[in-house]
Design a protein around this ligand. Structure first.
Ligand code: NAP
Length: 306
């Protein structure tokens, strides 16, 4: 069985950037992807914070990064990774297409936003339903929007959205936030923020864009309509790490702990992008992580004489 120098799990901005850096460093790199190339950024309608490109869709950016990466001729395998076995220095990456031996492995499998699962959510994603205030908030200048959730992300992103929106409703299923005291107080004292307590979203409605939410008060069962142009869903995210079976040191929730070289708790296994325990989950930070991780893999192989 051939032993690959770097096996990259995931083809979002982290994985594709790692492939560019790895190939330029002369590494034999294999990308593995189970779904669509590009990852979470594919669901973003417009991106305006990727340096050098004033405005593009997530799909357009992914296409250009993908073409760029494939120009360096990494191999791409369409498969689902189901586990990583071994004890180092070589690792076996187990996939639905067979096992691949690797000198180094990069975990770049990203994260998945938790969905509400209500009617209208999937259909209107990218047409007013968003999972990223930094990405999409500026498109709602002077409009009324709703944030769903009561954790730190929901209240902090709600405050961020007041830079653009005229009013931000925070729809939460209980009568107090889960978020920490300081961000909660900051949100509640903001005159543009209106909490909607004890409420869940029954459906998100609109023809070609979000027009209103149908809410249900969980205490009274009363149904009401809330007219908004945008809905930001922040009910938590989960790292895509099920296949690792807890083999790497992680923070609560499964986020992988790395050092500044993107090295995980196991030798030769690196992590980059949203799957990592990191203070900012953005396309640019994922790409930066991918570059660092690829060069760390190169130095690891060289120093170990693998
Ligand atoms: P989170 O803390 O898990 O909060 C998720 C929120 O969504 C909760 O308020 C939860 O309600 C609500 N929720 C979950 N499922 C729902 C559903 N189906 N319908 C309606 N509401 C639902 O997630 P997060 O805010 O994304 O934060 C994730 C982690 O990152 C947390 O540990 C958080 O402290 C941390 N974080 C920290 C900072 C910071 O320190 N500055 C910033 C952001 C995030 P309940 O409260 O009723 O369960």
């Amino acid at each position: 069985m051939d032993t690959r120098e770097l096996v990259i799990i995931g083809t979002g901005p982290a994985g594709l950037t790692a492939a560019i850096y790895a190939r330029r460093a002369g590494l034999d790199a294999l990308l593995i992807e189970k779904g669509a190339v590009g990852g979470q950024i594919l669901i973003t309608d417009e991106v305006e914070n990727w340096p050098g490109v004033a405005r593009a869709s997530g799909q357009e950016l992914v296409d250009s990064i993908y073409q760029h990466a494939m120009g360096f001729e990494p191999e791409l395998l369409r498969a689902d990774v189901t586990g990583i076995v071994g004890q180092g220095p070589y690792w076996g990456v187990v996939t639905t297409e067979g096992e691949i031996m690797a000198k180094t492995v990069l975990i770049a499998s990203g994260a998945s936003f938790r969905r509400l699962g209500c009617p209208g959510e999937a259909r209107l994603t990218g047409m007013g339903v968003s999972y990223c205030a930094v990405c999409d908030g500026a498109f709602f200048e002077g409009e009324e929007v709703a944030v769903i959730g009561g954790g730190n992300t929901a209240v902090e992103e709600a405050v961020y959205l007041t830079r653009f929106a005229s009013k931000v409703y925070i729809v939460h299923r209980r009568d107090q936030f889960r978020a920490d005291r300081v961000p909660s107080d900051r949100a509640l004292s903001n005159p543009k923020i209106v909490p909607v307590w004890n409420s869940v979203v029954e459906s998100i409605e609109g023809d070609n864009a979000v027009e209103h939410l149908v809410l249900k008060n969980v205490k009274t069962s009363e149904i009401s309509k809330l007219p908004v142009a945008g809905v930001f869903v922040f009910v938590g995210t989960d790292p895509n790490v099920g296949y690792l079976n807890g083999m790497l040191e992680s923070k609560p929730g499964g986020w992988i702990v790395t050092d500044s070289h993107m090295a995980t708790s196991l030798p030769g296994i690196f992590a980059a992008g949203d799957v990592r325990d990191t203070p900012l989950r953005q396309m640019i930070t994922a790409a930066g992580d991918g570059a660092i991780a690829a060069m760390s893999a190169y130095h690891y192989i060289t120093e170990k004489g693998l």
